[in-house]
Design a protein. Structure first.
Lengths: 324, 406
């Protein structure tokens, strides 16, 4: 179920395995980091362990595919626009839609669970995962949906390495996302969110609208998941488009989250990159026959298990202090 | 309830009503395959007997998860992994010698061995799992499922490899490797003068096994070990202060739970007949979590109710859908009108469920069942955290005080 990494004809003629591996790792790592950061924001702000994150990624990617190729929104209202512009319009629409869906899910399914055991809440999201994934899968149908993006399989040849255009975009987008999240945490709402993450009751007592903070956190999480989902469904990862494998791919972000520590945004980024590089290095260099197929796919989980043996709260996670 | 003796407080059947009801329940279980019962005589059909056999298998596995999650309070998403271990142990020991590994040993070796090997592996991964706490544990066990699936996929000489799978030993009791089994649970023929189908025999065999495991689980709750589990679940630090060795008991909870999972996995594999390695995936684990939560965490009765509910529900949904679809196609009466709202039978017909996947809009029956699963898990957690058992408790308490409300 976990497809190996596609290294489709990306090898530059004069390039080395090593530089290619670095690009591959960076590209994988940013996807994991995007997923991890969204996950951690939801977890920190609302105390919800969101198992439905992969499903949200798949749903978001499907919405982009749907807007761009099926319903032709917003392209049908702006026939003068070049195709890349209307594609970005579709992406923007999908992001807004996913933010709303994220808020809706939180309000309907998770708000009633506030204050319950963390595990019970996590299982609610596991249920959500099944529901969203099944419905998305039904929408997608039998074959993967192409994303209708303007990049295709174009690559930029730097001589020593080839980078797909989507990968460049992805790294830029990830940087913008992380930057704007850092900015957000300095804004009034961001400070409210940090306060809520620290102590919900105390934040409430200070006049912070905790419910609104929850909504915003889910909106941000869903948007980041969608961005990751889009890049998972584009050329170097899965060029055929979005299908069920998008959600499975997103599952590999969980080890990244755990390696970094469940409640650390920096940990999410570091964990994502670490896992991405490790996976790409293994798929490039470790090619022993007896390892069989799909070994690179479980490298994230192996790293997670090893890290947890030595640091049970991940690399950057706060240790739970047990008082009597 | 007033008890004057400690034994009475600890008794499995503390009231006479419970004894009578259990007796009636067991009698019904025994009579189902004979088709002599009114109302539920359709259950003696082979397909329903297979469904009920599956309930027994899932009940055994769910009891194991219930001990770990419900009793000891440890979260596990790795149940499917331990089931896989059990299944392939059974295959290695019990399957006939052939292209794939198989030693052709009898059932009284492979069935316990399936549990024991799974338990040993459970104890072996335990130290990692015990070191991490709470939510991190969920991810460790999640990792196990994925690593396990990879190993199963690639160990082709044992598992048959990806997408092709392998067959498993049969349900038959042999003393050793002789040709004709002593008792066979999967061929038609008379038992004690009563003609029984293969399905009925398998059903009896699995029901008896399930009852054995229920008694084991029920008794475990009352022992020192069971109480230690519950104290860890309720407050681990308090338990340690009272002298409960947290590490040891968490390990044994893992071991016992994996034993149940291993046996259940072996039975499931044999029951299904041919299984691909991808079968032991996260969804199977989630199914067991659903059973435990829907039934009622920490309660043996709840777990049985949960297995019955989760396994039989898809079938009921399917029957209702097909029945309604027939009514819609015939096209008269209130039933057809109601059915038409929900069911799409053709390409142009809108509906929630369709009977022609790929042609009509809407979810296929299998997909609808999945969605229903998810919604049920969510619904029970939000509205009735005690599960079906909680509903039963409320009904019982209502009638206990009737006509008074207190």
């Amino acid at each position: 179920m976990t497809p190996g990494i596609l290294v489709l004809a990306q090898e530059a003629p004069g390039g080395s395995h090593f530089s290619q591996m670095l690009v591959e790792g960076l590209s994988l790592g940013t996807i994991y980091a995007l997923l991890a950061v969204g996950f951690v924001i939801i977890f920190k702000a609302t105390q919800v362990l969101n198992f439905a994150h992969g499903a949200l990624a798949a749903l978001g990617a499907f919405l982009v595919a749907g807007f761009a190729t099926v319903w032709d929104v917003p392209g049908r209202w702006m026939p003068w626009a070049p195709s890349w512009l209307s594609w970005f319009g579709s992406v923007l629409l999908a992001l807004v839609a996913m933010a709303l869906i994220g808020m809706f899910l939180e309000r309907v399914f998770l708000r009633p669970m506030v204050g319950e055991e963390l595990f019970a809440i996590a299982i609610v999201t596991l249920g959500l995962d099944i529901v969203i994934r099944t419905i998305t899968n039904d929408f997608i149908g039998q074959f993967p949906r192409p994303m209708g993006d303007p990049f295709g399989i174009n690559v930029i040849d730097l001589g020593w390495v080839r980078i797909a255009q989507t990968e460049v975009l992805q790294i830029v987008v990830a940087l913008i996302a992380v930057g704007s999240i850092a900015m957000f945490f300095r804004s009034r709402m961001g400070i409210a969110m940090r306060a809520t993450a620290f102590d919900q009751e105390a934040a409430r007592a200070q006049g912070i609208h905790v419910g609104r903070v929850f909504s915003i956190a889910w909106a941000i999480g869903a948007v980041l998941a969608t961005v990751a989902g889009i890049f998972i469904s584009l050329f170097p990862r899965r060029s055929a488009g979005v299908d069920l494998a998008t959600a499975y791919f997103a599952f590999k972000a969980f080890p990244a989250i755990i390696v970094g520590g469940l409640d650390s945004i920096v940990g999410g980024i570091v964990g994502g990159l670490l896992v991405g590089f490790a996976e790409s290095a293994v798929s490039t260099y470790v090619t022993a026959d007896w390892l069989g197929t799909g070994f690179a796919g479980i490298v994230p989980y192996l790293i997670m298990l090893v890290v947890l043996i030595f640091r049970p709260y991940g690399l950057f996670g706060t240790e739970e202090i047990r008082r009597v | 309830m007033l008890y004057t003796r400690y034994e009475a407080d600890q008794a499995l059947m503390n009231t006479g009503t419970k004894k009578v009801m259990l007796g009636v329940f067991l009698l019904i279980l025994a009579l189902i395959p004979l088709g002599v019962l009114p109302v539920i005589d359709f259950m003696s059909q082979p397909d329903w007997l297979r469904l009920l056999s599956e309930v027994s298998i899932f009940a055994i596995g769910a009891l194991g998860l219930n001990i770990l999650t419900g009793l000891a309070g440890q979260i596990s998403l790795g149940h499917a992994f331990f089931m896989g271990i059990g299944a392939y142990t059974a295959a290695w020991l019990g399957a006939p010698v052939g292209p794939l590994l198989g030693l052709n040993l009898p059932i009284w070796i492979w069935l316990p061995a399936a549990g024991i090997v799974a338990a040993l592996i459970g104890v072996a991964v335990g130290p990692t799992a015990v070191r991490v706490r709470g939510l991190y544990l969920a991810f460790v066990t999640l990792g196990l499922v994925f690593v396990g699936e990879y190993v199963f996929r690639n160990w082709a000489s044992l598992t048959g490899g990806s997408q092709s799978g392998r067959t498993f030993p049969a349900f038959e009791l042999k003393l050793w490797k002789e040709e004709t089994p002593l008792v066979s649970f999967n061929t038609d023929g008379p038992w004690f003068g009563i003609d029984l189908t293969a399905e009925a025999k398998t059903y009896y065999f699995l029901a008896v096994l399930a009852i054995l495991f229920v008694i084991l689980a029920k008794n475990l709750q009352r022992t020192r070990v069971g109480r230690a589990f519950q104290s860890i679940r309720d407050r681990d630090i308090a338990a340690e202060i009272m002298g409960v060795d947290e590490f040891r008991y968490k390990l044994s909870a893992f071991g016992i739970s994996s034993f149940y999972a291993g046996v259940s996995g072996a039975l499931f594999a044999v029951f299904v007949g041919r299984i691909i390695p991808e079968q032991w995936n996260l969804f199977l684990s989630v199914e067991f979590i659903a059973i435990v939560l829907i039934g009622g965490a920490g309660v043996v009765t709840g777990t049985i109710l949960g297995s019955l509910f989760v396994i039989v529900l898809p079938r009921v949904v399917e029957d209702i859908t097909n029945g309604l679809a027939d009514a819609v196609v015939e096209g008269t009466g209130l039933l057809a009108w109601i059915g038409d709202l929900f069911i799409s039978t053709g390409a142009g017909d809108f509906g929630l469920i369709n009977t022609q996947p790929g042609v009509a809009p809407g979810l296929s029956i299998a997909q609808f069942n999945l969605v229903l699963y998810g919604l049920l898990i969510i619904g029970f957690l939000i509205f009735e955290p005690l599960g079906l058992y909680g509903i039963w408790l409320r009904i019982r308490n209502y009638w206990k005080g009737w006509p008074f409300t207190y």
